[in-house]
Design a protein around this ligand. Structure first.
Ligand SMILES: C[S@@+](CC[C@H](N)C(=O)[O-])C[C@H]1O[C@@H](n2cnc3c(N)ncnc32)[C@H](O)[C@@H]1O
Length: 262
């Protein structure tokens, strides 16, 4: 968590059926468990029938955020989002029968990872912020339990809660062909949903000021390419210059090629 914003972060359950799950999560994340809302501003992790959600208790705060691959925006994107033509798919090198192995080193809520996995790639997801990792883990579990195509996609997604800079510096496994990076950046996508998430997450995740170290570690590790998602007009991450870029309406991918994918 960042130091600049005092926060009450607690696990809450509105229904005693979720008490055991709430207590287990609170113990894992070393957070208090609360049956009632605390006074004042805070962030609450809550269980209900739709899984785990994060919400702010601040007056006028936006609604809760949860990871849902089965319904809503992600389900719509899976069915109608443009498949391999989407910018993230082209950036990681999906084309024809090419399906690189991808390390998504800034997993967040797993949306980019889900799109990449839905097109057939095996995706390892690294997330260092424990609350965000817990939300993503919960969403993946529900996706696996849902069965059908969503479950199949979720089984191609392998989440590890760790710091990616450390993990990439001490990598003992087969090299990922492509590394996908999407560190936090101010004033990115202005859609209502992203704005809501940013308000909740910035106090937890901060501004990812160590993005240059993250890029350097990724460039060392990837066998074929590193791709970095940025707001369209933002500067590239400090360090090596990208070899190509791909711009969309609100965001851009900086591409650091090492070897042709085939
Ligand atoms: C903008 S969000 C990524 C959103 C994600 N692409 C998605 O589709 O949901 C950036 C995330 O990267 C995580 N992150 C940043 N640096 C990291 C690092 N060194 N190791 C692991 N996670 C990191 C942050 O905690 C945050 O959750």
């Amino acid at each position: 968590m960042t130091d600049d914003m005092p926060l009450t972060l607690a696990v809450n359950w509105r229904d005693s059926r979720f008490q055991v799950a709430a207590q287990a999560l609170a113990a894992r994340l070393q957070l208090p468990v609360l049956a009632d809302l605390p006074d004042g501003a805070g962030l609450l992790l809550e269980f209900d029938d739709d899984g785990l959600a994060l919400r702010s208790t601040e007056d006028g705060a936006p609604g809760a955020v949860r990871v849902d691959f089965v319904n809503g925006a992600m389900a719509h994107r899976r069915q109608f989002g443009g498949g391999a033509g989407q910018m993230v798919a082209r950036a990681v090198g999906i084309r024809g029968s090419i399906r690189p192995t991808v390390l998504d080193a800034t997993a967040g809520l797993g949306r980019d990872g889900f799109v990449i996995a839905s097109l057939g790639c095996e995706v390892t997801l690294l997330e260092r912020q424990p609350v965000i990792a817990a939300l993503l883990e919960d969403g993946l579990q529900r996706a696996r339990a849902a069965g059908g195509e969503v479950a199949e996609i979720a089984t191609r997604m392998h989440l590890v809660h760790c710091d990616a800079i450390a993990a990439m510096g001490d990598w003992q496994l087969e090299l990922p062909q492509v590394i996908h990076l999407d560190p936090m950046f101010p004033h990115r996508d202005k859609s209502a949903l992203v704005k809501k998430e940013m308000r909740l997450f910035r106090p937890l995740a901060g501004g990812d000021d160590d993005a240059p170290e993250l890029l350097a570690a990724a460039l060392q590790l990837a066998s074929h390419r590193v791709v970095v998602k940025r707001p369209r007009k933002a500067p590239a991450i400090a360090g090596q210059r990208p070899s190509a870029e791909m711009a969309g309406q609100s965001s851009r991918y900086d591409i650091y090629g090492k070897k042709k994918l085939e």
